[in-house]
Design a protein around this ligand. Structure first.
Ligand SMILES: NC(=O)C1=CN([C@@H]2O[C@H](COP(=O)(O)OP(=O)(O)OC[C@H]3O[C@@H](n4cnc5c(N)ncnc54)[C@H](OP(=O)(O)O)[C@@H]3O)[C@@H](O)[C@H]2O)[C@@H](O)CC1
Ligand SMILES: Nc1ncnc2c1ncn2[C@@H]1O[C@H](COP(=O)(O)OP(=O)(O)O)[C@@H](O)[C@H]1O
Ligand SMILES: [K+]
Length: 502
């Protein structure tokens, strides 16, 4: 499990060490970690450090100090480096060390911004040390003019690689918000602990890969702001069948998805649930959709009955329900059943206060905006996309349900509890029907779960695991090209086989 903390929490953890005079030592540890990661990147991209060109963007605070000390180490290995100062008072000792190693220095102005951008683009590496946890708001002029710099991952690998020192400058360390201009990176080398702002919203998309350098803060760090499940955590949540199992002991998932207008959603949710593994799918829906399901998934047991008559361990309801009153009624009944229930798409609008954490709402940003507005919380889509962390937490607290907010980094909030962020997906997953498969995957995990509610956040962990499996399946299906939602179940099977064999 990766734990991320707010910038405020990390600064509080640093304080006793700073009071004890360990500041310079902490900075050297951070700078060494940054140098180590940057030199690894340079070596993999061009074979060696000797002869490499680095531009250091250095702001007024300690973040600039870290970057300058790291660049000094690259100078010592035979690289060349130019420091571009974005403020008047840059860390004096770090700047002096940089100059002593032969680094060149120039000051950024609005007039020379174009020249500096050309210098960056002609270099192998840009170290972004403009702002760290002390940053307030977006980049100010003249540094704001550098925000057009694109990292190599968005330029098909063309130089330069951009490495952010602690966090991409201009991103809020606590929330991941960008309240103005900000830089994007290929790699963020973060110190002490990952910042929550690297795992949510614009910050998650700007960070690129994340590497954490241990500078000895762990004993001081308390409550994580965001957590991220890793392979072992996900494997722990999976329940493969045991020799004594039969179909009912494995778990039955009730699916109320699709409508005569959107029958495909039923096929996708059912296919994904079967690929994730359940004892049985009981499918409820209108006659023509049942016929389609029987044809494509003959193992599913179909009926047009209601939720009360179906004996299941969990529900997945809402995908493709459209305005089908029968399906919307089933979703409402599933929410009230007390059983774990994934509620997606059109059915999310029926959610209100008083639900339990076993109900998992899975909105995209538009659906979350509508839900919050219906609960009296005036907001708009841009605000939700700008600060998804606060909005997903708020929705969980208002409804009492677990809320999974889809996106590049999918966030899952338990009411009053932990927040998870999974970012294994590819933007190719932004395709119609892909959310329907997520409902099926999560429904199957809920139906086969035998560990019960257990600790707070149990359902949020299952939802995060489903998002991770879905994201990995999308990445596997895509291999750099388009994804068809109907192809996802086959990839889900392969992703799960990987977890179960390890
Ligand atoms: N503490 C430690 O022990 C360790 C800390 N470490 C490192 O220190 C970093 C935190 O350092 P920090 O506190 O100096 O803050 P940092 O973000 O570098 O800059 C603040 C300066 O920027 C200015 N400024 C603010 N917003 C601005 C804006 N929008 N546009 C322009 N300027 C803006 C602000 O001025 P102000 O606005 O307040 O007038 C102030 O002068 C942390 O991320 C990590 O990298 C590591 O070395 C490990 C040990
Ligand atoms: N830019 C993106 N990068 C990665 N994954 C994305 C992106 N945009 C959307 N997704 C994922 O694709 C899925 C889309 O779901 P949804 O919008 O409900 O689609 P639909 O309703 O058509 O099935 C979600 O799992 C979401 O997390
Ligand atoms: K930075």
């Amino acid at each position: 499990m990766i734990s991320a903390y707010s910038g405020t929490a990390v600064r509080a953890a640093e304080q006793p060490l700073l009071d004890a005079g360990a500041g310079p030592d902490l900075m050297q540890k951070a700078a060494y970690g940054l140098y180590h990661a940057a030199s690894g990147l340079l070596s993999s991209r061009r074979g060696r450090i000797y002869g490499s060109k680095t531009v250091v963007l250095a702001g007024a605070g300690n973040n600039g100090g870290d970057a300058l000390y790291a660049a000094s180490r690259l100078l010592a290995r035979g690289g060349s480096s130019t420091a571009v100062l974005t403020a008047a008072d840059v860390h004096p000792a770090a700047l002096a060390a940089f100059r002593r190693r032969g680094g060149k220095v120039l000051t950024l102005t609005e007039e020379n911004t174009g020249t500096v951008l050309e210098l960056c683009r002609a270099s192998d590496l840009v170290l972004d040390g403009i702002l760290g946890t002390g940053g307030k708001g977006g980049l100010r002029s003249p540094a704001a003019g550098l925000a057009v710099l694109e990292p190599a991952r968005l330029r098909r690998g063309e130089a330069p690689a951009v490495v952010a020192c602690d966090l991409p400058s201009g991103i809020n360390a606590d929330t991941g918000e960008a309240r103005g201009a900000y830089l994007r990176a290929d790699l963020t080398v973060t110190f002490g602990a990952p910042k929550a702002g690297l795992m949510a919203g614009p910050g998650a998309a700007a960070a690129g890969q994340i590497e954490c350098v241990d500078i000895g803060l762990s004993p001081q760090l308390r409550t994580a702001g965001i957590q991220r499940l890793e392979d072992a955590d996900i494997a722990d949540l999976l329940r493969p069948p045991a020799p004594g199992d039969h179909k009912y002991s494995r778990g039955v998932l009730g699916i109320a998805a699709g409508s005569t207008k959107y029958p495909g959603a039923a096929v996708l949710a059912t296919g994904a649930a079967l690929a994730t593994g359940v004892g049985m799918v009981r499918f409820l829906g209108p006659e023509p959709v049942c016929q389609l399901i029987n044809l494509l998934h003959p193992e599913a047991v179909c009926s047009q009955g209601g939720v009360a008559q179906a004996h299941v361990q969990a529900w997945a309801a809402g995908p493709g329900a459209g305005e089908d009153e029968g399906q919307l009624r089933r979703a409402v009944d599933a929410m009230a059943s007390g059983l774990p229930a994934v509620i997606d798409a059109d059915a999310i609008a029926a959610a209100g206060p008083g639900l339990g954490p076993q109900v998992i709402l899975t909105p995209h940003a538009g659906e979350l905006t509508a839900l919050l507005n219906s609960l009296g919380n005036r907001t708009d889509r841009a605000a939700v996309e700008g600060d998804p962390l606060s909005h997903v937490r708020h929705a969980a607290d208002l409804t009492g349900a677990t809320v999974l907010l889809k996106g590049w980094a999918t966030l899952v909030a338990a009411p009053g509890g932990p927040v998870y962020s999974q970012a294994e997906a590819t933007p190719w997953l932004a395709t119609a029907g892909s959310g329907d498969t997520l409902s099926g995957i999560l429904g199957a995990l809920l139906a086969t779960d035998t560990s019960g509610p257990g600790s707070p956040g149990h359902y949020a962990r299952l939802a995060a695991a489903a998002a991770s499996i879905h994201g990995r399946a999308g990445t596997l299906s895509a291999r750099g090209g388009p994804v068809e939602a109907s192809g996802l179940p086959a990839s889900v099977r392969r992703v799960l086989a990987g977890f179960l064999q390890d």
